[in-house]
Write a protein that binds this ligand. Structure first.
Ligand SMILES: NC(=O)c1ccc[n+]([C@@H]2O[C@H](COP(=O)([O-])OP(=O)(O)OC[C@H]3O[C@@H](n4cnc5c(N)ncnc54)[C@H](OP(=O)(O)O)[C@@H]3O)[C@@H](O)[C@H]2O)c1
Length: 359
């Protein structure tokens, strides 16, 4: 069984010791994860890392705007953060692509610390970054830790939940999952990522220059579904991102979108098998969306239709997915894992130590 290298055998005991967490990336999402952890029993934040000059050197409580110190300084690098403390797991929330996050995650792993990350590509990295995925898997096994990429999407709504819904099916002919959300209630980096407030020309240019990315993860979600069902896809076709243009003035707390400007975007991706479209994911996020929902339709035997309305709040859902995954990742075998490799998702509502087998 995997044992956390962060604790020596003599030190390792007891579920009475709190789970020690390193917060790596304390931006909007990482900050919300840290706040949530500070409110939980059985877990303590022992260190924090970020590169933002406005955060480095400050007490985490000040960075999070708590109005009180928590006694943990934000470090500019991992080695200083772990110089005097040991961690069982790092919650990692810096960026979306594995080529950008690989070295960060690898260095956490080399410290013998498990990782749960919001990095979208890490949710199923074998499809877009197979070499890095293999390298990371080997490194995690070598250091006897587990690494997981998760979140609300990718990580749950358009993959893990879809896979779970196929459980009672004896035949699946086609899967369609749709997520429509009003981005006005989401964090500012997300609203910027979907181009809210830009002109259509600026939107297209920024997309071309990769200054804005749109949603990252549809390809990973399709690949995870296919893997779970042992479907060998001919290809995954990710359609070009299209702007959603506001028909009237719409706004969030921070962004005003006049009629004719971009309110957000829509994206589709398809999984093709034997020339037929077998998975269709349809993602729409824009300020002012009137009906928000998450739906899954499985055409097969039996046919399954599921709708969550309004849609699951993306930021709150992501924070909870990361926090709830902590004990599952600590309990998991060493290596690079995806959500389909773990026990079914569930909330960790009680003292976090109750969910950990042994640390
Ligand atoms: N899977 C999902 O469902 C899901 C859901 C929500 C978010 N996400 C992803 O989670 C990531 C974080 O989102 P966010 O909104 O919190 O972004 P954010 O506000 O920009 O926060 C990222 C933080 O990480 C810092 N950072 C960047 N590179 C770093 C490095 N090498 N080492 C340490 N810190 C570093 C950033 O500093 P600077 O500002 O100085 O760069 C910033 O403080 C994004 O990629 C987002 O797409 C995924």
């Amino acid at each position: 069984m995997k044992q956390s290298k962060a604790r020596t055998k003599e030190e390792k005991t007891t579920t009475l010791e709190k789970i020690r967490v390193l917060a790596y990336g304390v931006g909007v999402v990482g900050g919300m994860i840290a706040k949530s952890l500070l409110e939980k029993e059985g877990v303590e934040i022992v260190g924090a890392v970020d590169v933002d000059r406005n955060k480095v050197g400050k007490d985490l409580g000040d960075v999070l705007g708590l109005g009180k110190k928590v006694g943990v300084k934000v470090s500019g690098d991992l080695d200083s953060a772990l110089a005097k403390v040991k961690a069982d797991i790092a919650v990692h929330a810096t960026s979306s692509y594995l080529k950008d996050t690989y070295s960060q995650i690898a260095s956490i792993v080399e410290h013998g610390v498990n990782v749960v990350s919001t990095c979208e590509e890490l949710s199923y990295p074998y499809v877009s970054e197979p070499k890095l995925a293999e390298k990371l898997d080997a490194l995690a096994r070598k250091h006897d830790v587990a690494v997981l990429g998760t979140g609300i999407n990718p990580g749950y709504l358009m993959d893990t939940l879809v896979i779970t819904l196929t459980g009672p099916c004896k035949k699946v002919e086609k899967i369609e999952a749709t997520r429509v959300m009003n981005a006005a209630t989401r964090r500012l980096p997300f609203q910027k990522k979907i181009g809210a407030g830009l002109s259509v020309e600026a939107f297209r240019q920024k997309m071309k220059d990769k200054e804005i990315t749109g949603h990252v993860g549809l390809e990973q979600s399709i690949a995870m579904i296919a893997d779970a069902l042992a479907w060998k896809l001919d290809k995954i076709a990710v359609e070009p991102v299209e702007p959603v243009v506001a028909k009237k003035l719409v706004q969030s707390k921070d962004i005003r979108v006049d009629a004719g400007k971009v309110a957000g975007l829509k994206q589709k991706a398809k999984g093709m098998m034997r020339g037929k479209e077998i998975v269709l994911l349809d993602f729409q996020a824009y300020i002012g969306a009137e009906e928000e929902y998450d739906s899954v339709m499985i055409k097969g035997v039996p046919e399954i239709r599921q709708k969550i309305s309004p849609c699951v709040h993306g930021d709150l859902g992501t924070i909870a997915m990361i926090v709830n995954s902590i004990p599952k990742v600590i309990n998991a075998p060493a290596g690079l894992l995806t959500m389909k490799d773990l026990p079914i998702p569930s909330a960790a509502l009680e003292d976090m130590r109750k969910y950990v087998k042994e640390i």
